[in-house]
Design a protein around this ligand. Structure first.
Ligand SMILES: Cc1cc2nc3c(=O)[nH]c(=O)nc-3n(C[C@H](O)[C@H](O)[C@H](O)COP(=O)(O)OP(=O)(O)OC[C@H]3O[C@@H](n4cnc5c(N)ncnc54)[C@H](O)[C@@H]3O)c2cc1C
Length: 240
């Protein structure tokens, strides 16, 4: 896990929590928005002020997924998705139907207020509440899964949130975050994609291609090697 990212005329140097050091001419920073907002990676020197403003302007959506494993098919034949208006969660789908397995795993998704409502409950209670909406929707009061799990991304140190959201007034924040800094730091990730593609896999993918093309378009730059501190072992140092 990267802890510190130093950058300057020498290039970039990433130091991980277990003391490894990676050096290169440029870095593509694809850290999730939640990790950047929380300052979990220390940039030395710090990122420019406009990046901090843009990080503050963008918010993070709360999302919860609930998984229910049943030993046999639960949805009626031909049904793969279920929408239950007014329920929480209201979106259900079969993750196994059509995959030639006897078991059925139903996945439910809640975002925004509905996610926060479920996250405020103990996990077993949230799962129980969700199961109740399924039982009512299918008119099967005795329906009982063999396994159930809840997943969310709010506390995961590698994400610290599900995906980005832009509030009113933040329409330019993503393009500010996408801008390179000093031809050393390049930025990708869903939160740097265009507003139309942000918060998606294709947005993240396109932003990675954009950052790679930005680096490929650079003219070779001279690099000054930084002095190594005694405990550091460089594991990657491409020749200039
Ligand atoms: C519940 C949910 C449902 C979704 N549904 C859809 C959908 O239907 N369609 C769709 O297109 N998109 C969907 N998305 C969004 C999509 O998953 C994301 O937009 C996309 O995965 C983001 O990719 P990324 O490369 O920007 O970030 P990530 O895939 O999060 O990659 C960031 C990487 O940084 C790493 N990292 C974090 N901290 C550090 C550190 N300190 N040092 C080193 N590495 C670090 C992480 O481990 C991770 O590998 C959904 C997301 C969620 C949460």
């Amino acid at each position: 896990m990267v802890e510190t990212l130093e950058w300057g005329p020498f290039g970039v140097k990433a130091t991980t929590t277990d003391g490894r050091v990676f050096q290169a001419d440029q870095a593509v920073i694809t850290l999730p928005l939640g990790v950047l907002k929380a300052g979990r990676v220390r940039f030395v020197p710090d990122l420019p002020e406009d990046k901090h403003t843009a990080l503050e302007q963008l918010g993070i959506t709360d999302a919860v997924k609930l998984f229910f494993h049943f030993k046999e098919p639960i949805f009626p034949e031909g049904i793969v998705e279920l929408y239950v208006p007014g329920a929480n969660p209201d979106e259900w789908w079969s993750s196994t139907r059509g995959h030639g397995v006897e078991a059925e795993i139903l996945t439910a998704l809640a975002t925004g207020d509905k996610a926060r409502e479920l996250l405020a409950l103990p996990e077993t209670q949230a799962l129980q509440n969700a199961l109740e909406t399924l039982r009512q929707a299918l008119s099967r009061p005795g329906l009982t899964p063999s396994k159930a799990r809840l997943a969310h991304w709010r506390d995961d140190p590698f994400t610290l949130g599900a995906y980005s959201k832009a509030s009113v007034g933040a329409s330019k924040a993503r393009s500010v975050l996408a801008q390179p800094v000093d031809n050393r730091l390049f930025f990708a990730g869903e939160h740097t994609a265009s507003n139309a593609w942000a918060a998606t896999v294709h947005g993240a993918y396109a932003s990675g291609r954009r950052a790679a093309q930005e680096i490929l378009a650079l003219k070779p730059q001279p690099r000054v090697r930084p002095p190594l501190r005694s405990r550091e072992t460089p594991v990657l140092l491409p020749s200039p």
